[in-house]
Design a protein around this ligand. Structure first.
Ligand code: HPA
Length: 235
């Protein structure tokens, strides 16, 4: 079974599947299950997009997918670009991350059973899923590259000084990759991420960044995003 984790702007795959609330040890997660095509959809900001990135219950979401028997996850993340050549409207397949989050519950290994676990994240994104995403993007002829995702706490956008620093260490900036990718790895789920570039980050473009710019670009990318989701479901 495949899990699709949608982010900002993919509400139109909502009409697929039956809504269910999954109870986990970490809280509840709302999902849409489409038994026919063996797909679970999960909207990380909530079905009505009302949960900000720093308030998402990442542990409940990932545990719910695991409990449902999901073994592969395609995550969709909206991001800003740190590089001129990574243009809004294109895709980035995340292949590594650096994180600056502050208040997120980021592990299933909290030492509860007296067990101390340090997992390997030398390849945080599942290579098989990453290859598949790249292959589907190639087949569709969509513009993409691979890159390092810098994850911030949000919900505010970044300062120019922050972006000047981030562009020396990464390619794209978003607020939702972490801890989702690590939690999936802790549960041995094959997790890959397709990032939709919605804007140039603060100071990279001359205009002031607003959330409407993000929504506008994601709206324009909607058909391409849905095509990739469909391809992955039919694969
Ligand atoms: N910064 C952080 N998160 C984002 C951005 C950005 O510029 N665009 C979309 N998500």
């Amino acid at each position: 079974m495949i899990g699709i984790i949608g982010g900002t702007g993919i509400s139109t795959i909502l009409n697929k599947g039956r809504e269910e609330i999954i109870n986990t040890k970490y809280g509840n997660a709302k999902v849409l299950i489409d038994k026919e095509s063996d797909v679970v959809l999960l909207f990380r900001h909530g079905i009505r997009h009302n949960t900000p990135p720093h308030k998402i219950n990442y542990r409940a979401n990932i545990m719910a997918l695991k409990q449902l028997g999901v073994d592969k996850i395609l995550a969709i993340n909206a991001v800003g670009s740190l590089k001129e050549e990574i243009t809004p409207g294109s895709f980035v397949v995340a292949n590594d991350f650096i994180e600056f989050t502050k208040e997120r519950k980021s592990t299933f290994y909290d030492g509860e059973n007296g067990e101390v676990v340090h997992i390997d994240v030398s390849e945080p994104y599942c290579p098989q899923m990453t290859e598949l995403i790249k292959c589907l993007l190639n087949n569709r002829g969509y513009k993409y590259c691979e890159g390092t995702y810098v994850c911030t706490e949000g919900p505010r956008f970044e300062t120019k000084a922050e972006i000047n620093f981030y562009k020396t260490i990464g390619d794209i900036v978003g607020m939702t990759a972490y801890p989702e990718v690590v939690l999936a790895r802790e549960l041995q789920l094959c997790y890959g991420s397709i990032c939709t570039v919605s804007n140039y980050c603060t100071g990279i473009s001359k205009s002031r960044l607003t959330i409407s710019e993000v929504y506008e670009t994601i709206n324009e990318m909607e058909n391409e995003i849905l095509n990739i989701v469909e391809d992955i479901i039919n694969y």
